[in-house]
Design a protein around this ligand. Structure first.
Ligand SMILES: N[C@@H](CCC(=O)N[C@@H](CS)C(=O)NCC(=O)O)C(=O)O
Length: 217
């Protein structure tokens, strides 16, 4: 398998966590300006050029959640990312959607806005994104009461989504004091070896974080 990705990208880290959890072999195709060949391959596979993209033989798999479902189906290992029991699987998929849509999306909006020219900024959109993050943090704090991981006792797809989402979202808008379950969950994710490895591999790129990376984590 080949993974088109960048180590500092949150959605790429989501998939790297799943690969590292089961020690699944793959080739890392670094998408970066200094590696135009990988960029051209990515564009040929997926004209929208969003990453990560996985190739597995002749199959091209788009979208981080679907890549992890692909790994679960065709390259299973000891860590099962989607439970067999249907209701449990729905909880996992629902939490995965929550982290992508209501943590990653507003985080990306805030980061993306900071990259725009000053006269093209979208303060209203950024305020909406910050309000969404605030509500999402509060909802999460309630939802994970009594849970070790996002959907219960086992580490799943939902935690792969949660780790980079909460990692970067907390940089742009810290999870407030008082939401101790959400804050402790983020720390548990940081201590998980698969995510700790992804964070370490991305460390050299921290100076590129547009809003300035905080001196922690
Ligand atoms: N829904 C996609 C989101 C992928 C995404 O937003 N990737 C970002 C990196 S984190 C990207 O490709 N950015 C480059 C660009 O927008 O050109 C997924 O789950 O894989």
């Amino acid at each position: 398998m080949k993974l088109y990705a960048h180590p500092f990208s949150s959605y790429c880290q989501k998939v790297l966590i799943a690969l590292y959890e089961n020690a699944t072999p793959f080739e890392f195709r670094m998408v970066a300006s200094e590696n135009p060949a990988a960029g051209a391959e990515l564009e040929a596979l997926w004209p929208l050029k969003r990453f990560p993209v996985l190739t597995d033989g002749s199959r091209t798999v788009l979208e981080s959640s679907i890549i992890i479902e692909h790994l679960q189906t065709f390259h299973p290992g000891p860590v099962r990312f989607i439970p067999d029991e249907p209701a449990e699987a729905l909880e996992v998929r629902m939490m995965d959607r929550f982290f992508d849509n209501y943590i990653q999306t507003p985080m990306q909006k805030i980061v993306g806005d900071s990259l725009r020219p000053a006269d093209r900024r979208d303060p209203h959109g950024v305020a909406e994104a910050r309000s969404m993050l605030d509500l999402a943090y509060r909802w999460l704090d309630e939802r994970i009461a009594g849970r070790q991981w996002a959907a219960g006792e086992n580490f799943t797809l939902a935690d792969c989504a949660a780790a980079p989402a909460l990692f970067y979202a907390d940089w742009v808008q810290p999870i407030p004091e008082g939401l101790e379950r959400a804050r402790a969950y983020r720390q548990r994710l940081l201590a998980r070896p698969s995510f700790a490895r992804a964070v370490d591999e991305a460390r050299p790129y921290r100076p590129l974080f547009p809003l300035g990376a905080p001196d922690r984590d």
